[in-house]
Design a protein around this ligand. Structure first.
Ligand SMILES: [Zn+2]
Length: 172
């Protein structure tokens, strides 16, 4: 594999992944630097990045980020993916990943669930998404145990949350 030049912001992100501070029951789904962070769009319809990208070579085993039940295995717009619903009600999504588990299967944190494929970005990486219902949250905050704890209800007049955004469809 040829060397990859990272953007200027990468060193700090590399540091995040190099010294992971995980909540007790969570696991990095693949080991590698976070090469793209969560960027909720300013508006529902605008561009953003509804998850984080963790660099790892295609063929790498992907593990469950937390214990839960596999609730989706399939292909969306040509991209193989799977989802795990956790006890908290939050849902993690993994793509492009060919599942080695089946819908309904119960998995532990750190248990192998699939094999990473190429194609999400120029550099091979896992796209990890985190959802509460149809709202996308920041998986990095969740993985590191910061800020996103028990489910909290947003005030009725909240239009745009800094952490999440209403979302209708899969996207990069
Ligand atoms: Zn991504």
């Amino acid at each position: 594999m040829s060397p990859v030049t990272l953007p200027a912001a990468a060193p700090a992100l590399e540091a995040v992944a190099a010294a992971p501070k995980l909540a007790e029951d969570r696991a990095w789904p693949v080991t590698g630097p976070v090469i793209r962070t969560f960027q909720p769009p300013a508006e529902v319809w605008s561009a953003g990045h509804r998850g984080i990208d963790i660099a790892a070579a295609a063929g790498t085993t992907v593990v469950a980020a937390a214990a839960g039940t596999v609730t989706w295995v399939g292909v969306i717009a040509g991209v193989p993916s799977l989802s795990i619903t956790h006890v908290s009600g939050l849902r993690t999504t993994y793509l492009p990943v060919t599942a080695i588990v089946s819908t309904g299967q119960v998995v532990a944190a750190g248990e192998a669930v699939g094999v990473l494929q190429a194609g999400h970005a120029v550099r091979d990486c896992l796209h990890l998404g985190l959802l509460r219902g149809s709202e996308y949250l920041d998986p990095l905050l969740w993985l590191t145990g910061a800020r996103i704890g028990p489910i909290r209800l947003l005030p009725a007049d909240t239009t745009v949350s800094q952490l999440s955004i209403k979302f209708q469809r899969y996207s990069r």
